[in-house]
Design a protein around this ligand. Sequence first.
Ligand SMILES: Nc1ncnc2c1ncn2[C@@H]1O[C@H](COP(=O)(O)OP(=O)(O)OP(=O)(O)O)[C@@H](O)[C@H]1O
Length: 250
Amino acid sequence: MAAGTVSTQVGFQTRGLTRSFGPREVLRDLDLRAAPGEFVALLGRSGSGKSTLLRALAGLDPDAGGDLFVPPRRAVVFQDPRLLPWKSVLDNVTLGQRGAAAVERGQTALREVGLDGHERDWPKTLSGGEAQRAALARALVREPRLLLLDEPFGALDALTRIRMHALVQELCSRHGPTVLLVTHDVDEAILLADRVLVLTDGRLSLDLQVELPHPRLRGDGAFTALRTRLLRELGIDESAAGIHHEGVPS
Ligand SMILES: Nc1ncnc2c1ncn2[C@@H]1O[C@H](COP(=O)(O)OP(=O)(O)OP(=O)(O)O)[C@@H](O)[C@H]1O
């Protein structure tokens, strides 16, 4: 895969992005472009290639084909926080960085995610939500221009998830990275994103601008209309979606 230099006009871009596993084509000739600072949510049924696309954008997949234009400063947050258990929370956040300035940046990032006072804690003493906030601080400390979020709220309980939505929204508007959020949760996509994409069989089947002011309310008519449209695109029965936490079935 050819990795190009990203121009200041582009948050990220792919041209003819392809990825196959054996005979199975998971990403098919994908052309995708996001503006700098744009918050893009990516929906799709299980196995549609969402994580494969995110991994390619993260530079974690040398076998993807096509052209990729991404900023060098990028960070990924996965569904599990992936903290090193033998390092303190602060050392996890500043991993790979040295010196007093790095420590200060780490402390600032921990304060931003509401984890001040936990610097010296071991990861195993954190709750699931706290650990995910530490993972977010680890990403932020690098001041990424592209933030890749792979179902970062998927393992959290409903209340923690709502708090994380507010936190991510606040942090992203303050730091202004381009964001790609992979999620199964249609409501989450509408709540957070400027634009929602649906990936079907390795191609983009829908590209929707979300022109609703923040804060967005689930009961609102325009919200519901978007939700209905997305659920239809994903082939989900709306009444079933309500029961299964508005998500894409796996
Ligand atoms: N390393 C791999 N080797 C073989 N097949 C893979 C590999 N990684 C992904 N795949 C296959 O590619 C397809 C897309 O996987 P991917 O994880 O991108 O889907 P997804 O849309 O993120 O799914 P989910 O929503 O369930 O996380 C799946 O069929 C998966 O089995």
